[in-house]
Design a protein around this ligand. Structure first.
Ligand code: HEM
Length: 400
């Protein structure tokens, strides 16, 4: 098992050893937004995220329609507008919906990808994981009237465009590329899905948005939100979880031998150390006491350091940088800690993400002779969620 040594402030102490694979890069890359107040204690993040007067303040946090912000993506809504949008979609994320509708999709997609990998004897883990997460998210959203793999590439192109925006002319090129991929998703994926659901509603997000009278463009924005929030995050998580399980034989065996609860505990503990969203942002809506020594005025921007909150000994217990799948059970807590956020924007897809990762890795790691022949190259996606980006991980197996 690899032990990583982190030499900056990512860990509680300088030179502290950590089991996290992404910590050393995060230590350099995760920086607070300009002119913002950085919060890193678990309790502080919980207070902010559960406070309904707070507002989204991410890098691109502009409602899509400034005249009528209630028509923005769910991500940027708050108060009653957020509650009613959330109520319309939450039925697709209940344990029953996951067990009866999404689980068969996960099983089928995981089975097909594993069989394809076995037949070839070689594959790219990040490609397989994107295709899996795209198939699952597409089913929930209702983007099922076009080729799923091609759609995944288009949505990924849009997120790659934002990663390329380093400044100067690149910002404009990135905007153009984002619009280019956005248009492709609109015409090739969203439009056909809307047309099919205008004829006949189905059990998915697009059908509910049509019931609410949303325009095609507003539906596109929500589809991109789910695409980016659901596909790209889960893709990175599957790769990092597989990387841990390949490198740590006893952990892999425990995962393969364990029941569903045990598998989930292992995955959540990996996610605690490797939160895909490293930092999220809010701005204070009304003067707030108790977050800092002094009252913070309305308008103050807050950078919420999820990675650090997940290492806060006060909440996650001793040896916070160690991967310990029994931690949450011992502390009687939710094992993912802040990795899916908290409060009104708490990730509705958390069980979906963990479920598909569990199902896929359980099949993949049982393939005879499977091995990781090249660990992923690590990049960073600062504009979005301050997330690691893991690419070109090669796996091989005995051909079946
Ligand atoms: C490992 C995978 C995932 C991670 C780490 C993750 C993380 C997060 C986090 C941290 C937030 C809160 C953001 C904030 O408060 O600013 C969030 C929100 C959200 N996530 Fe996830 N997510 C994952 C998978 C998914 C999946 C599979 C879906 C759907 C298919 C999904 C859909 C959403 C949506 C729609 C929101 C916005 C909810 C709202 O604003 O009310 N996520 N996610």
């Amino acid at each position: 098992m690899n032990v990583h040594r982190v030499t900056s402030e990512e860990s509680p102490a300088e030179g502290f050893e950590t089991d996290s694979k992404t910590a050393s890069m995060a230590a350099v890359k995760v920086v607070p937004a300009p002119n913002s107040r950085l919060l890193r204690r678990f309790a502080q993040l919980r207070q902010v995220l559960r406070d309904t007067t707070m507002r989204q303040a991410g890098a691109a946090s502009a409602p899509t329609n400034k005249k009528d912000p209630t028509r923005a993506s769910i991500f940027f809504l708050h108060g009653e507008a957020h509650r009613s949008r959330r109520a319309a979609i939450i039925r697709f994320f209940t344990p029953k919906a996951i067990a009866t509708r999404h689980m068969p999709v996960m099983e089928r997609a995981a089975e097909a990808l594993t069989a394809e990998f076995r037949a070839k004897g070689r594959g790219r883990l990040d490609e397989l994981s994107l295709r899996l997460s795209a198939a699952v998210a597409a089913e929930i959203v209702g983007m099922t009237n076009s080729n799923i793999d091609a759609m995944a590439r288009r949505i990924e192109g849009s997120s790659r465009a934002t990663q390329a925006a380093k400044g100067g002319i690149w910002v404009w090129i990135a905007k153009f590329m984002q619009a280019f991929y956005g248009l492709q998703v609109f015409y090739l994926d969203v439009k056909p899905a809307i047309a099919a659901r205008r004829k006949e509603r189905q059990e998915d997000v697009i059908s509910r948005l049509l019931d609410e009278g949303r325009s095609d463009q507003e539906i596109l924005v929500e589809c991109m939100t789910f695409g980016l929030a659901g596909m790209t995050t889960t893709r990175e998580f599957i790769v990092v979880a597989a990387w841990h399980l390949f490198d740590n034989k006893p952990l892999r065996q425990r995962f393969l031998d364990g029941d569903d609860g045990e598998k989930m505990a292992i995955l959540m503990e990996i996610l605690r150390l490797e939160p895909v969203a490293g930092m999220i942002y809010r701005s204070i809506g009304e003067e707030t006491q108790g977050l800092a020594d002094e009252a913070l005025p309305a308008g103050t921007r807050l950078s919420l350091h999820i990675r650090k909150a997940n290492l806060d000994e006060a909440d996650v217990g001793p040896d916070p940088t160690r991967l310990d799948p029994d931690r949450a059970k011992r502390l009687k807590s939710n094992g993912a800690y802040m990795s899916f956020g908290d409060g009104e924007h708490f990730c509705p897809g958390w069980q979906v993400a963990l479920g598909e990762t569990r199902v896929f890795l359980d099949k993949l790691l049982r393939v005879p002779g499977i091995r990781l022949t090249k660990p992923p190259d690590m990049g960073w996606d600062p504009p979005m969620l301050q997330s690691y980006v893991l690419r070109n991980a090669i796996i091989e197996c005995d051909r079946g």
